[in-house]
Design a protein around this ligand. Structure first.
Ligand SMILES: Cc1cc2nc3c(=O)[nH]c(=O)nc-3n(C[C@H](O)[C@H](O)[C@H](O)COP(=O)(O)OP(=O)(O)OC[C@H]3O[C@@H](n4cnc5c(N)ncnc54)[C@H](O)[C@@H]3O)c2cc1C
Length: 288
């Protein structure tokens, strides 16, 4: 309840101009220009940015540094377990003095080889395993007309099989998308839930009565295109005593830091807090 209270009151703690009315921001050209700028800044300072180069394993090398072995490009499309990633072409492990891992808890635990697991220790691994995530299931529909007049509709009606309707083109006008209209049907589900097994068409069929409950005129013929996205580690579940189980950023293994959404507290996970956490992790790096 303390977490829920925090979530509800956070938006009332806005200061200055925003105190009267909450402002929502939307990057017109998507986040891509920000990422491009960040990459250019890192490279200008001599750093390297390797995209689509997933980590398949982490180990302690003989010289004491950390060895990161890459998986093949695109491995993540077949699943999130790094142990199942095929090796990258010519992908020798690279050695690093420090590693900041920003992957979900279960992915992190699976990256570690036996020796590094022992360094991190049972107590830390136990904390990682004790935090449950709910999966996000996000059905994106392109519609030939407006679904509702609202941008964001939270759905708390248990009869309806989804938890939110976000009609993006009621926030950002369709003219920015060549007149196209988009509706996200949002859901958060416990792992193993039957809806997570459905493909986009089966899910749309399953959702249609619920969409009609919100707008009785809705017909699947309005749907021009659809896309389905699943993220298994979307929402850490905050339960009683959660703050006592949050894994510290320092993993206990020298040089190895973990920073992910389970460490955001008492706020709920969000991009602002990911940036704050990244700064905290970066400050720890020299002394870890
Ligand atoms: C449906 C949804 C809607 C959201 N809406 C908002 C919003 O409107 N505003 C907001 O502020 N926040 C929102 N959030 C929350 C926000 O997305 C997260 O808080 C933020 O992305 C967390 O950043 P992160 O870097 O910790 O994790 P992530 O952004 O999840 O980054 C982790 C990265 O690790 C990568 N990865 C996984 N395994 C490996 C591997 N083996 N090797 C290499 N990389 C790997 C993943 O592909 C991923 O890119 C939303 C989240 C969801 C799920």
């Amino acid at each position: 309840m303390a977490w829920l209270w925090g979530k509800l009151t956070l938006r009332r703690r806005l200061k200055g101009k925003e105190a009267r009315q909450e402002l929502l921001g939307y990057p017109v050209a998507s986040f891509q220009p920000l990422f491009a700028k960040l990459r250019a800044g890192i490279e200008a300072r001599g750093g390297r940015v390797l995209t689509d180069r997933p980590a398949a394993s982490l180990a302690r090398a003989a010289d004491g540094r950390l060895a990161v072995t890459p998986g093949a490009a695109g491995s993540f499309r077949a699943g999130h377990d790094p142990r199942a990633f095929p090796p990258a072409d010519g992908g020798e492990g690279e050695l690093y003095d420090r590693v900041v891992a920003t992957v979900p808890n279960d992915v992190f635990a699976r990256l570690l080889d036996a020796d590094l697991r022992a360094e991190v220790g049972h107590a830390y691994l136990g904390r990682l395993g004790a935090i449950e995530y709910h999966a996000a299931l996000c059905l994106l529909l392109e519609l030939d007309r407006r679904f509702s007049p609202f941008y964001w509709t939270n759905v708390a009606e248990p009869r309806l099989p989804f938890v939110g309707l976000i009609e993006h083109t009621n926030l950002v006008e369709p003219v920015r998308y060549d007149g196209r209209r988009f509706l996200y049907v949002a859901n958060y589900l416990e792992h193993g839930h039957a809806l997570l097994e459905l493909d986009a068409d089966a899910l749309l069929a399953r959702y249609t009565p619920g969409l009609r409950a919100v707008n009785p005129a809705f017909d699947p013929s309005w749907v021009r295109a659809r896309w389905l996205f699943r993220e298994p580690a979307a929402q850490p579940i905050v339960d009683v005593g959660y703050h006592r189980r949050i894994p510290p950023l320092r993993t206990g293994a020298p040089g190895l830091v973990l920073a992910n959404t389970t460490q955001i507290y008492p706020e709920d996970r969000g991009t602002n807090y990911a940036v704050r956490l990244g700064e905290q992790a970066a400050q720890l790096v020299p002394a870890t």
